[in-house]
Design a protein around this ligand. Structure first.
Ligand code: FAD
Length: 537
């Protein structure tokens, strides 16, 4: 199998133009091209006057050695890497011990799935509800101002990314191609095939719900168990080794291998782990606001005359600005054609985030515009970042006027330093609703200063970005975990053997794909350790 990269074709080329283009590029007859698949397809938005699709193709030809020889000096023609997933272990049929997986977000799902596929019959404990019931509770906050602290945007089957844009890309290093395994399993569970090859795949909220159910069914069919509304409230540690967990019901579950795939919002669980002496440390994260523009403005700025072309879909952006006060301001979790959502898991606090459907056809584009902060900004130990987040989220609740309304301000007013009193041409999408005013006290002064400098600077990349009527909604605080449950090379906690901190909450992932990848990595470590402990490695 060969891999051909950087094959460019006009945007609106017919589907059957690929084979002759490949053959032409390789200087062979079409008849000698035996087979090919598109591994990746992207486009370069910087050249918006002449957009082309850029393909990476995996292919077989009649005489592979001859082609390789002829293109020995061409880095765009090479043997294709093997991206298929191979299991590192298999549990013997009579294997008794079972691992526990706490949390059923993308990390917990993939940890449990891969453990189940290797025959280890994991037991998953998830504090929230199954995804359909959870959906009703989540809408309860958005429509009726009612928060269920155990079943919401952060907690429940599918984890934090279930009500999201479902972006499935990441910049992590992935030498073992675990990301491919994640995407392949998603396709098996009902995601569109295109996620395997488009450069920035996304699936949107509705599809994620069905996919999560499918993956649950597969884990169960392989002997795994998934228990909902089972919050882990304590860990049983004996002589530096995990021996099990305690549930809110008081029930104890014994196991010498426990994966903690908690997500970044399990604040009570982090506090419990800290009180039990599990090693953790504060880590940097970011805080800011959501910004909303008309999607048409972003499309025009990014795609020029191709704006609105259905082959390209709604345009996205990624922006960074290094402010004079030393802070970095960047766009986070950009959701084209989506909505801003209420994402708190705690009463009387306001947190924003973004979501969309697969079609991405809502009127507004939204993104977090966030400022990087470090533990020096919130001194006080591993849990100090949580206290810092809580303070900002509580303040936002007050500024929003209660009822989970979010405080908001027009960009023009924010930059000029005056409160907003009236909406302009951009209708904010945040539900339950926004309260216009002054966001300058919603974040520390250094963050406000950096954002006031960054938003006009982003105008250089996206014309109209600092338009007066664009809406800022606050606050965006759950950008990543404020702490790290540090682990060693063996994926186990630095001071509790058999405990495997994983995914975003532990500080080892940021986003759905990387959380899934970390779940696979940890499942492999668990499987190998379990076999070794049982003397069957
Ligand atoms: P989580 O998904 O947070 O899962 C953790 C699970 O653990 C939760 O279900 C929780 O209920 C459970 N849990 C916590 N404590 C306990 C306990 N004590 N006992 C039992 N269970 C417990 N990322 C992207 O890549 N693309 C996007 O488009 C995107 N959009 C997003 C939109 C929104 C609104 C939000 C909130 C997030 C979005 N993200 C997105 C981020 C992404 O969802 C997370 O990075 C990802 O879900 C992290 O996966 P995880 O499995 O590590 O943690």
């Amino acid at each position: 199998m060969l891999r051909l990269t950087e094959l460019r074709l006009p945007l609106e080329h017919p589907a059957d133009a690929l084979a002759p283009a490949i053959a032409r590029r390789l200087g062979i007859d079409v008849a000698d091209l035996l087979d090919f698949t598109v591994f990746k397809r992207s486009y370069d938005a910087r050249k918006s006057d002449a957009l082309t699709f850029i393909y990476t193709i995996d292919l077989s030809v009649r005489d592979e050695a001859a082609v390789l020889k002829r293109f020995a000096d061409d880095r765009h023609v090479a043997p294709a890497p093997d991206v298929r997933y191979s299991f590192v272990a298999h549990a013997p049929a009579d294997f008794g011990p079972r691992p526990l997986v706490v949390g059923f977000g993308p990390c917990g799902i993939f940890a449990a799935l891969v453990l189940a596929q290797m025959g280890f019959r994991p037991i998953v404990l998830e504090r929230g509800k199954a995804v359909r019931e959870r959906t009703q509770d989540t809408w309860g906050l958005w429509r009726r101002h009612e928060l269920n602290p155990e079943s919401n945007v952060q907690f429940g089957e599918g984890g934090a990314g279930t009500f999201s844009d479902g972006k499935l890309y990441s910049q992590i290093k992935d030498p073992k191609h675990y990301g491919r395994k994640v995407l392949t399993e998603f396709v098996k569970a009902g995601a569109p095939e295109e996620i395997l090859y488009v450069s920035k795949p996304h699936i949107g909220t509705f599809r994620l719900v069905g996919m999560v159910e499918q993956m649950r069914a597969e884990i169960e069919s392989l002997g795994g168990e998934i228990r909902f509304q089972q919050r882990v409230t304590d860990v049983l540690i004996e002589d530096g080794h995990i021996r099990g967990v305690v549930l809110a019901s008081g029930e104890q579950l014994r196991s010498d291998h426990v994966v903690l795939a908690l997500g970044h919002s399990a604040r009570d669980t982090f506090e419990m782990l800290h009180s039990r002496g599990v090693f953790m440390e504060a880590k940097p994260f970011s805080v800011g606001f959501r910004i909303e523009h008309p999607q048409s403005l972003i499309d025009k700025a990014r795609l020029g005359k191709y704006a609105g072309n259905p082959l390209l879909g709604a345009a996205d952006y990624k922006l960074v600005h290094h402010a004079k006060n030393g802070r970095s301001v960047y766009s986070f979790c950009m959701c084209p054609g989506g909505t801003v959502v209420a994402a708190t898991s705690e009463p009387n606090r306001v947190v924003t985030n973004g979501m969309s459907q697969y079609s991405r056809n809502e009127r507004n584009a939204n993104a977090g515009i966030v400022v990087g902060i470090t533990p020096e900004d919130y001194p006080g130990g591993p849990l100090a970042g949580i206290a810092f987040q809580r303070e900002l989220e509580s303040r936002a609740f007050v500024l929003g006027g209660g009822g989970y309304n979010a405080p908001a301000q027009l960009v023009g007013d924010f930059i000029a330093g005056r409160p907003s009193t009236r909406l302009g041409s951009v209708e904010p999408s945040y539900k339950p609703g926004v309260t216009l005013g002054d966001l300058s006290t919603a974040l520390p002064a250094y963050a406000i200063e950096a954002m006031r400098e960054a938003i006009p600077a982003f105008e250089r990349q996206i014309r109209g970005f600092s338009m007066h009527d664009a809406v800022l909604t606050g606050v965006e605080t759950r950008t990543s975990s404020p702490l790290r449950l540090t682990r060693g090379e063996d994926c186990q906690s630095l001071n509790v053997k058999g405990l495997y901190p994983a995914g975003e909450g532990a500080g080892y992932a940021g986003g759905i794909l990387s959380a899934g990848v970390d779940g696979i990595r940890v499942a492999e470590a668990v499987a190998q350790q379990m076999l070794a402990d049982a003397g069957r490695g």
